[in-house]
Design a binder for this molecule. Structure first.
Ligand SMILES: Nc1ncnc2c1ncn2[C@@H]1O[C@H](COP(=O)(O)OP(=O)(O)OP(=O)(O)O)[C@@H](O)[C@H]1O
Length: 287
């Protein structure tokens, strides 16, 4: 089953050839970089919505300092599984999660653990940028303020600046921090939301189709940012773009009908998948 999809995917998904695509894979092969130790370990995780089971016994070891991509056809359970990792499913009344999820060995479903604090440690970025209807500064300052992470105004301002720099947005907004965040472009708003997540010093950043509402240039900036952020964080992304998974991730999990079919190095998934369903999906035979 060995073949190379990376180049074909670039050309196919950007509507051009690999040579002319603004979404060219970075010169280094991100998928070949080493990763950190296991950050999140899931065992037999199932998700139910009422009587309907959406996810079946998912066990994965997600590494630190790496991007892990979840791919698979619509409705296969990628987002449901992603939401387990910071207990966002708790906010859906009919959702129920079974199985075990440990972060650095700690059970994140332990009753003594405050889900609000967990969500600061495991930040989340959604498909549609969702800045608060406040200023750019206030969007980033909000988290450190409510979590009491800074001592005074200077420290808070420093943290806002550092977070915006980390998210690659500082140069574009430094002179208008008091302007409404909703006035930023979609790509800038998405980087602002990432700065907001970074400001509370997360360990993990979850991204649910973070580029699907963005144009190719804004997408390329977010992908570049992911590549930088993985040096410090554990990143997990859900994406419909196989080219994106191939470009930015070191590990890829392929889901199908609520089942984790295959989880491996991104290169293996795209060049030498073990399961025929993975091969059929990445070659566009279904999805
Ligand atoms: N809040 C909910 N209430 C009821 N059913 C849900 C809910 N969220 C998801 N589901 C169901 O769970 C299954 C998996 O959905 P999920 O959104 O996790 O899949 P997905 O792979 O992320 O899909 P997509 O790529 O389309 O976003 C689907 O059958 C979906 O209808």
């Amino acid at each position: 089953m060995r073949f190379n999809l990376f180049r074909q995917l670039d050309g196919a998904e950007s509507g051009g050839t690999a040579a002319t695509s603004p979404l060219l894979a970075p010169p280094h092969a991100a998928h070949q970089e080493p990763t950190g130790p296991i950050k999140i370990q899931t065992r037999d995780v199932s998700v139910f919505y009422g009587d309907k089971q959406a996810l079946f016994d998912v066990s994965v070891d997600i590494p630190d300092k790496a991007v892990t991509a979840f791919i698979g056809p619509s409705g296969c359970g990628k987002s449901s599984f992603l939401r387990c990792l910071n207990r966002m499913n708790d906010t859906i009344p009919i959702a129920r999660v079974k199985g075990s999820i440990r972060m650095d060995g700690e059970d994140i479903y332990d009753k003594a653990l405050d889900p609000v604090l967990l969500r600061a440690r495991v930040g989340m970025v959604f498909q549609k940028p969702n800045p608060f209807p406040k200023s750019i500064f206030e969007n980033v300052a909000y988290g450190p303020r409510i979590h009491g992470l800074t001592e005074n105004k200077t420290e808070l301002a420093d943290r806002v600046e550092q977070s915006l720099k980390r998210a690659g947005l500082w140069a574009e907004v430094a002179d208008r921090l008091d302007a409404a965040a909703t006035g930023l472009s979609g790509g800038q708003q998405q980087r602002l939301v990432i700065a907001r997540a970074i400001a509370v010093e997360p360990e993990v950043i979850l991204m649910d189709e973070p580029c699907s509402a963005l144009d190719p240039i804004a997408t390329a900036k977010i992908e570049e940012l992911m590549d930088e952020l993985r040096e410090e964080y554990c990143l997990v992304i859900v994406t419909h773009s196989m080219a994106q998974a191939a470009r930015v991730s070191q590990r890829t999990a392929f889901f199908h009908m609520g089942e984790l079919v295959e989880f491996d190095d991104t290169e293996t998934i795209f060049q030498n998948p073990r399961d025929k369903r993975t091969l059929d999906y990445i070659t566009g035979r279904f999805g």
